[in-house]
Write a protein that binds this ligand. Structure first.
Ligand SMILES: NC(=O)c1ccc[n+]([C@@H]2O[C@H](COP(=O)([O-])OP(=O)(O)OC[C@H]3O[C@@H](n4cnc5c(N)ncnc54)[C@H](OP(=O)(O)O)[C@@H]3O)[C@@H](O)[C@H]2O)c1
Length: 238
């Protein structure tokens, strides 16, 4: 874990109501992190909320739609007025709309929505939360990327999703360089193919295993992770 700035390190997770985000929130709450669990719905789903509160009553719940600039700004303002450090931001929320579509027929709607959610959302949120991250002595931003975003192996599979993650990887590199002077590290992480609503039932990796790998990453100093694209602790080809 990164050395905590306060007694309990803090983490904000997007899309923490289900899937990898929820499981990671559970694991960090159980480890006594100050978890700010966000979901795009106006009220956090009651069952997920109860599960997180049972693990750590200090868990906070915020509504945050990463495609909505007002929602992003409201979150940044709310956290900013506390002047409290944010040690970890996990840009987890994402969508996968273009199963089986070709880049020649991909709809404008799917392309725009995917880029807005998977690429521009994490960039806009990270920028808005820089003041909170700066309050931490060693902050880390983890962008949930995908092997689909790796250019070296790219063919014609799910173009909107793939290129949204390639661009997220590029944003990771840009932010990593720009924020290094402020001691804010930024990395991209491929969680593997995971059994969630997005990954489907054929995926070989459980959501618990995916979350465990994310937590394991926190044993490495943030500066060693800066600017890297990582899968299971090793560098993934860009
Ligand atoms: N599962 C895999 O095999 C796999 C593989 C590689 C990478 N990833 C990446 O890992 C991350 C998590 O994936 P997952 O499998 O856990 O997906 P998931 O089960 O489909 O969950 C996606 C989460 O993102 C949230 N979300 C979507 N759009 C949002 C928005 N505009 N604002 C806020 N939240 C939003 C969803 O909220 P709602 O409940 O409101 O829809 C949900 O909480 C994604 O970035 C994904 O691309 C997953």
């Amino acid at each position: 874990m990164p050395p905590p700035t306060g007694s309990h390190p803090s983490v904000l997770i997007t899309g923490a109501n289900r899937g990898i985000g929820f499981e990671t929130a559970k694991k960090l709450a159980a480890k006594n992190w100050q978890v700010i669990a966000t979901a795009r719905s106006a009220s956090f789903p009651p069952a997920a909320r109860a599960a997180l509160e049972a693990l750590n009553p200090e868990t906070e719940f915020l509504s945050l739609d990463i495609c909505d600039q007002e929602s992003i700004q409201a979150t940044a303002d709310y956290l900013g007025q506390r002047q409290a450090p944010l040690d970890l931001l996990i840009n987890n929320a994402g969508i996968f709309l273009d199963h089986g579509s070709s880049i020649l027929e991909l709809s404008e709607h799917d392309l725009t929505r995917t880029l807005n959610t998977n690429t521009l959302g994490p960039l806009r949120l990270t920028r808005a939360l820089i003041p909170c991250l700066k309050h931490s002595s060693r902050a880390l931003v983890i962008n949930l990327s995908s092997a689909a975003g790796s250019l070296s192996g790219m063919k014609d599979w799910s173009p909107a999703y793939s290129l949204s993650k390639t661009a997220l990887n590029a944003i990771t590199r840009q932010l990593a360089a720009a924020l290094a002077p402020d001691n804010i590290a930024v990395c991209a992480l491929s969680p593997g193919w995971v059994k969630t609503d997005m990954g489907g039932t054929d995926a070989p990796r459980s959501v618990e295993e995916a979350a465990r790998r994310i937590i394991q990453l926190l044993e490495t100093a943030p500066t060693e992770l800066n600017g890297r694209f990582i899968r299971d602790g090793d560098d993934h080809p860009w």
